[in-house]
Design a protein around this ligand. Structure first.
Ligand SMILES: Nc1ncnc2c1ncn2[C@@H]1O[C@H](COP(=O)(O)OP(=O)(O)O)[C@@H](O)[C@H]1O
Ligand SMILES: [Mg+2]
Length: 493
């Protein structure tokens, strides 16, 4: 028998271990989450880097604006110092106000890396010095102190301060530029991270899907394997059942045959031995009768009584023999035997039994089967049916003969027969052993009808039954014995 425990739904795979549906879903969800997180975080960082670049550009523009405003303030300051024309003070003050505003913007805009740098500190301090220097000279010019003014104009302090301021401005711009480069590089790096992350996520999802498909295939393979094993086991069980059924059928056939043989044997013994004894006794009585002296009436009466008793014994013997094995079947044929059977049953059970019997052409074994079926059906009617009318028919068809016994009694449910009842089952077995079929048509309150169909040229019996059939016909022939009547007729009285 196949070993079911050997089935493993997950065969050890050669390559990748397959994933279950749950694991696949978890992996797919994790991939999706990782991709969303990666995308979000790179997006945030790229946005921040772009903002920083924007800030650096603004810072550079502010630095340029500061340089321009300071140049404008210086040229207005120079104009005022040289000419004393107060008209110059208007653009000068406007340029200073612009410088102040731009300086505030610069402090607000500059990113930390720039705001905290030395270049920024020097830039702001140089700007303050320059503004201070310009304010000082303007005040001196207002106070009419030409020596100081001359010193300022002729010396190149202002120029040096301006150059230092511009140099610091350039350094700041260079710093901003390098910071822009750094941010750009960061953006490229983040874009690459995002790209590779996305590709890795998609690959992981594909891998999970592949493992899942693998799992489904493995499960299907295991299912098919299990199915095949179950089918193999079912087939094995079925063939075991078939084999046992056929053995039981053989056994039942053998037992039925043995019963028939035993009955035939008993009938023969009764006929030969008992028949001979009874006949001898009758002959003796006849002889004694002829030698009775006249006047011995009492003796004559007793001998007469003995003769009657012997006759009853012979009749009883004949009935028993007939019951054991219907000699009429061999001597008179099936139709006559059935008629006798039905008539005797009608007398015994006080029922109306109608018959419609056609002569049929069957082998002796099949005739005996039909006789036994009718016998058992009539017995059942007598025992259970409470019927008033019974109908027995025998029909001859081209390929089969059909016997049926029906009654108008209380009926029964054929699907709920008592456990220990063997009559109907025996009938069915007998008929099936002859290659035929038994139909039981009955219902509670609606009488019953039992129909047996037997093939006329018996379909080749299964090998196991062939011998049984052969033995049956032999025994049926061996039962053919001479009728009793002549023997008894020979007997005097
Ligand atoms: N003609 C019938 N009318 C009513 N009941 C019947 C008839 N034939 C059979 N049965 C029922 O079917 C049962 C089975 O019959 P059978 O197989 O011959 O077994 P048994 O005669 O040993 O009880 C009977 O016990 C009886 O209840
Ligand atoms: Mg019965």
């Amino acid at each position: 028998m196949p070993d079911l425990t050997a089935i493993t739904p997950h065969d050890p795979p050669r390559k990748l271990r397959p994933l279950s549906l749950g694991a696949t879903l978890i992996v797919a969800a994790l991939c999706a989450l990782a991709m969303i997180w990666l995308n979000e975080s790179t997006h945030r960082r790229i946005t921040a880097a772009l903002q920083s670049i924007q800030q650096l550009h603004s810072t550079r523009t502010t630095i340029n604006g500061l340089a321009r405003a300071l140049l404008e303030a210086e040229s207005s300051q120079r104009g005022y110092i040289i000419t004393g024309d107060r008209e110059y003070l208007t653009p000068y003050n406007a340029a200073l106000a612009e410088t102040e505003r731009l300086l505030k913007d610069l402090t607000a805009q500059a990113p930390a890396a720039m705001a905290e740098s030395d270049a920024m500190t020097s830039f702001v301090s140089l700007l303050s010095q320059k503004i201070g220097e310009m304010a000082l000279t303007v005040r001196m010019r207002e106070e009419e102190r030409p020596e100081v003014v001359n010193f300022v104009v002729t010396s190149n302090v202002g120029l040096q301060q301006m150059r230092a301021f511009q140099a610091q401005g350039n350094a700041l711009r260079a710093l901003a530029q390098s910071l822009v480069q750094t941010k750009r590089a960061e953006i490229y790096r983040l874009l690459n991270v995002s790209r590779f992350g996305l590709a890795a996520g998609v690959l992981a999802a594909f891998l999970a899907f592949f493992l899942y498909v693998n799992q489904i295939r493995a499960t299907r393979r295991a299912d098919a394997q299990q199915q095949a094993l179950l089918e193999a086991e079912r087939d094995a069980l079925e063939s075991q059942v078939r084999e046992r059924t056929s053995r039981l059928t053989e056994l039942a056939t053998h037992l039925q045959q043995a019963v028939e043989d035993e009955r035939a044997h008993l009938a023969r013994e009764l006929h030969d031995e008992m028949g001979a004894l009874l006949t001898a006794a009758k002959l003796d009585v006849a002889r004694l009768k002829s030698r009775i002296p006249p006047g011995a009436d009492d003796f004559t009466d007793r001998l007469q009584h003995l003769t009657e008793t012997l006759n009853q014994g012979i009749a009883l013997k004949r009935r028993i023999i007939e019951d054991l094995r219907p000699s009429s079947l061999t001597n008179l044929g099936l139709v006559a035997s059935l008629e006798i059977l039905c008539r005797e049953f009608a007398d015994r059970a006080a029922l109306q039994v109608d018959t419609a019997l056609e002569p049929v052409d069957l082998d002796p074994a099949s005739e005996l089967t039909i006789y036994r079926v009718v016998q058992e059906a009539l017995t059942n009617i007598g025992k259970y049916a409470q019927a008033k009318k019974v109908m027995v028919t025998l029909k001859n068809y081209v390929y089969h003969a059909e016997v049926s016994v029906s009654d108008d009694g209380i009926g029964f449910d054929p699907s709920r027969l008592p456990q220990a009842s063997h009559g109907l089952v025996g009938m069915q077995h007998r008929i099936e052993a002859s290659g035929g079929r038994l139909d039981i048509n009955a219902a509670r309150g609606r009488g019953s009808r039992i129909t047996g169909t037997i093939p006329r040229r018996a379909a080749k019996p299964q090998s196991a039954l062939a011998d049984a059939m052969a033995t049956m016909s032999v025994s049926a022939q061996s039962y053919a014995m001479p009728p009793e009547a002549p023997t008894e007729a020979a007997a005097p009285g």
